[in-house]
Design a protein around this ligand. Sequence first.
Ligand SMILES: Nc1nc2c(ncn2[C@@H]2O[C@H](COP(=O)(O)OP(=O)(O)OP(=O)(O)O)[C@@H](O)[C@H]2O)c(=O)[nH]1
Length: 578
Amino acid sequence: MFVLLLSLCSQVVAAGKETLQLEYVASNAKIVDVINNPSIHWQTTDDKVLNLGYSNLSYWVRTSLNIDEKEGPYLLEIAYPVLDQLDVYMLQEGNIFVHQQLGDKQPFIDRPFAHEHFIIPLPNGTHGKVALYIKVRSSSALQLPVVLWTNHDFLINDQVFRIVMGIYFGLMGIMAAYNVLLYFTIRESTLFYYVLYVICLALFSACLSGFAFRYLWPNSLWWNDQAILFFLISSVLTGTYFVMTLLEIGISDKWLYLGCRLILGLGLVLLFSSVFFNYAVMIKLTIAYAVSACIWGVFCRILRLAGKSRLATYYSIAWSSVLIGGIILALNKLDLISQTWFTENALLIGTAIEVACLSIAIGEKLNTEKNKRFQAQLTAFNEIQKVNSQLEKTIAIRTRALQEANDRLELASRTDALTGVANRRALDEALNSECSRAKRFEHALSVIMIDIDFFKQVNDTYGHEAGDDCLIHIGSILSNCATRAGDFVARYGGEEFCIVLAQTDGSQAFDLAEKIRMTCEASPLISKSYSIEMTLSAGLHTQTKPPYIGKELLASADQALYFAKRNGRNQVAISGEL
Ligand SMILES: Nc1nc2c(ncn2[C@@H]2O[C@H](COP(=O)(O)OP(=O)(O)OP(=O)(O)O)[C@@H](O)[C@H]2O)c(=O)[nH]1
């Protein structure tokens, strides 16, 4: 876009303006002492634009214009808005017919033609050879781009000039407005400094191009000079803050941080000094300061962005473009390169590219940070998942261990500690549940009560320890004999045992009771020091119809046992047959 407009602009300028051969001399004399004074040694220049660099002297510049009335009317343009004082004289045959005082030391309203540049309309009817004398003085760089336009060509050229400026300030405005909205949304300090930087840069460009004087402070002559310094220094200050936040230069980056702090400190000193010291001195210092800061910006990129390729690319293009633009403008102002549309607008082009690239660089940085945050969240999420699964495993192991412990406790609470068979509590539960089942399915249910004969004698003879071993021995005989599903062996208490036989009729139960009795009789408890022979007495009760009541079954079986004892022991008695 810029290249297109640049070429378009160059064509219009080339077609519209008459090339003027300027002569100049450093002199503070009056017009009457300059015209027709053969002792003055006028110097000529081959440049299209007279460029005298930074000079505090007054200069007289002269040329002659050939006016063809048929082509007119004509406008004389001095296309450099920051000149301090201009006295423009036009003479024909030694008579002054135009005298115009111009310059940015006069209120804008005094200009004969409302324009950012200095424009002098030639009086109607001007014809033939006209001598042009300009006395110029400026504390800024002294350039004198004098152009003679026909009205028609001037209008075409001016339209292009305004389109280019409109695009530039429009771009700056959009960038500032968009990023300020973005700042209020995401509160990222880089955006804040970027917006300040863009505003300062745009205002600095507005000062240089004359737009600020025309539209913002047309009557503030002192401020109009100060504003150039103020906004250039402010651009560097806000730009440095921006670079520090964009590149995350903190106190840990010792030398980079100190460098940035030095630039900020120097900027503040210059800003303060600019109020008191001569503009001509301050502008040179400020330009040197701005160029150094710009080079420092490039240096920061080299040290800080090695390896961060995309952000580095945008940043490099941005800073290089403004650096190149600034250098071209500085060389132009110092009269080291000639003034052309491009050299005059190089900084504008550079800053426009810079502002756009920096905006992309911010986006790139935010994007990188978003990805970093996402990665961190992902890592944290994975970590949490890992911990959770570890926790779940640990909980499962603990739960299993707890369950096993509970099972062991449950078993222990239902088991007789000495013999290992079920205890009385478990017997009551099993008997009740078998009673319910028998009632429901109308099964026969048998209960055998067993008691060791003369066990007191065993204890008395062999001791309690041996007695305990005998109880264990009998418990194991019972468990080994009553092995059918539904057989339930329990220690009833002391030397008494009980067997519940589900779905077992009287004859089956009797056979089992006999088998147990005989096994016991035939299996003495043998140890190194003794062999204890034992017999059992058993009472059997079988319930074949309701009511199935546990306590009553036990009582009937116990009654039968009592009978077996009384009847001589070592026998099985059946409750119904007593
Ligand atoms: N070693 C040991 N002896 C027990 C245990 N529980 C009960 N006894 C003993 O068992 C004996 C039971 O004796 P008694 O009730 O007089 O009956 P008995 O001597 O077996 O005679 P009968 O039952 O009439 O044949 C007592 O001496 C109790 O001390 C026990 O857990 N261990």
